[in-house]
Design a binder for this molecule. Structure first.
Ligand SMILES: [Zn+2]
Length: 400
C-alpha cells in the first residue's frame, strides 16, 4: 500500500502559494479490518450441463496487499493533505497527543479495504477449457474512521468515511486501493471545509444549466452538482448553482461529439455554463475512453451517465476545461485524462490556471489579459513534460 499521489517535485509546485490552513499532524493509524475483509472469497462450484461452473463473488483478502495497511493508509493521507496545498504544514506524529508544533492531530482506523467482483466461470467438457461467461466491473470498498483532535486535546471531529467505487479495467486489489485513495481525498475535502475554507475569496456564484438526459431527476442531479461544487468552492472559491431540466437529445445523437453539439444549441444561463448529462457509448469501456467532453474555454460540457451515474469528478473535469484547465499525468488530479478515478482536487498547474480564469466573464470572448496569463502558464507547463502531455497543451493554446 503506497501513496496514490506522485511525489511533488519543486518544478511542479513552483509558483504555488502554500495554504493558510492550520498545521496538521498525522498520528498513528490502526488496522481494524473485519475477518470478512481479510478472508478472500471465491465463487462457489455448481454442477452445470456437461461440466461445472463457478458463480459468485471473488474478493481480495489478507494476502492481496503487501506491507502494513495502516501505515500505507497513513502515508497516503499525509500525501493527499500535502498535495492539496491547503495547509501550512503536514507532519507525521508518532503519538496520540498533539505536539506543540501542530494545530490539529488526525488519527485513523482502517475498518474495511476490499475489492470484489461478481464472476461466472464455466468448465464445459464439450469446449476447450474455462470460459468466463460473466465478469462484472470490479468494485472497491474502503471505510476509515477518522478522529481529529485540537492542540488543546479536544476532539473536534470524528466520523467514518466510506467509499464504494466501480473501477473499470483494473484488478481487485487496485479497485480496493482506489476506493481508499478516494476516501482520503474526501477526507481532505471535509477537513478543508471545516478548517480552511475556499482558497480564493469572496465566493463567486456561477449558474449551471443542467440538461438531464439520464433520468436522474431534480434531487439526484442537484446532489451531484453540490458534490462538484464542493471541489470548485475549495479550489477556487466558485460555487455552482444548478438549474436542472429534463432533456431529450435529438434522435441519432449517440456520440459525445453529437451530444455536445446538441447541448450547444441550448443557451447558458446569464453569465453561466451548461452541462449535459447523457448516456453515450463511444469510447466507454476502452482504455483511454472518454466519459465526458467539453470545448476548451467554451461554455458547454457533456458527461456520460452510462454505465453508471455521472461522477462529480468527471463533471468537475469537463467544467475545468471551460476555465482553461489542461490534462496532466497526475492520477490524483481531477485533470487526469482518463476518468477511472474519482479525484477531488486539482494539481499545482491547474490550480494556477483556475486562479487566473476564475473571474472569466463567460458571456464575453476570453479577455486579452486572461489570454496572456493562460499563454504564459501553458508555455511554462511545456517545460514539464513529465507532468503534461505536450499535444494537449498545444490544443489548449490553440483554443486561445
Ligand atoms: Zn479532458
Amino acid at each position: 500500500v503506497v501513496p496514490h499521489l506522485d511525489a511533488m517535485d519543486a518544478a511542479w509546485t513552483a509558483g504555488v502559494t502554500m495554504g493558510e490552513g492550520p498545521r496538521i499532524g498525522v498520528g498513528p493509524f490502526v488496522d481494524r479490518r473485519s475477518d470478512l475483509s481479510r478472508a478472500p472469497q471465491w465463487p462457489t462450484v455448481r454442477p452445470a450441463w456437461v461440466g461445472v461452473m463457478w458463480v459468485g463473488e471473488r474478493s481480495t483478502g489478507e494476502r492481496s496487499f503487501h506491507g502494513d495497511i495502516a501505515e500505507g493508509a497513513r502515508a497516503d493521507v499525509a500525501a493527499t493533505l500535502r498535495y492539496t496545498g491547503l495547509f501550512r504544514s503536514v507532519s507525521m506524529v508518532d503519538a496520540y497527543e498533539p505536539p506543540p508544533d501542530v494545530d490539529y492531530l488526525l488519527t485513523g482506523e482502517v475498518e474495511e479495504l476490499l475489492g470484489l467482483q461478481y464472476t461466472k466461470v464455466e468448465l464445459n467438457l464439450l469446449s476447450a477449457g474455462l470460459i468466463v461467461t460473466r465478469a462484472d466491473t470490479p468494485i472497491g470498498t474502503a471505510r476509515v474512521r477518522f478522529r481529529l483532535v485540537s492542540a488543546a486535546g479536544e476532539e473536534v471531529w470524528r466520523a467514518p468515511l466510506e467509499t464504494r467505487l466501480e473501477v473499470g479495467r483494473t484488478s481487485l486489489k487496485q479497485a480496493a486501493l482506489d476506493a481508499l485513495a478516494v476516501t482520503h481525498q474526501r477526507l481532505v475535502v471535509e477537513l478543508g471545509q471545516r478548517l480552511v475554507g475556499p482558497r480564493i475569496r469572496p465566493l463567486r456564484s456561477v449558474a449551471l444549466r443542467v440538461l438531464d438526459a439520464c433520468g436522474l431527476g431534480d434531487k439526484l442531479a442537484r446532489r451531484l452538482i453540490e458534490d462538484t461544487s464542493e471541489i470548485f468552492e475549495l479550489e477556487l472559491g466558485v460555487e455552482l448553482l444548478p438549474i436542472v431540466e429534463t432533456w431529450v437529445p435529438p434522435d441519432g445523437a449517440g456520440s459525445a461529439e453529437d451530444l455536445l453539439t446538441a447541448a450547444e444549441g441550448r443557451d447558458p444561463p446569464q453569465a453561466g455554463l451548461v452541462v449535459a448529462l447523457a448516456p453515450f457509448h463511444e469510447g466507454l469501456g476502452r482504455p483511454g475512453g472518454r466519459s465526458g467532453l467539453a470545448r476548451q474555454l467554451g461554455r458547454h460540457a457533456v458527461v456520460a451517465c452510462a454505465p453508471v451515474t455521472p461522477r462529480a469528478a468527471t463533471i468537475a473535469h469537463e467544467l475545468g476545461h471551460l476555465f482553461g484547465a489542461v490534462h496532466v499525468r497526475d492520477r490524483g488530479s481531477v485533470m487526469y485524462p482518463v476518468a477511472d478515478f474519482d479525484a477531488r482536487f486539482f494539481d499545482p498547474l491547474n490550480r494556477r490556471i483556475l486562479a487566473a480564469a476564475r473571474d472569466r466573464r463567460f458571456e464575453r470572448p476570453v479577455a486579452a489579459d486572461l489570454r496572456r496569463a493562460l499563454r504564459t502558464l501553458y508555455d511554462e507547463a511545456a517545460g514539464l513534460p513529465a507532468h503534461v502531455e505536450l499535444a494537449d497543451l498545444e490544443a489548449a493554446a490553440g483554443a486561445l
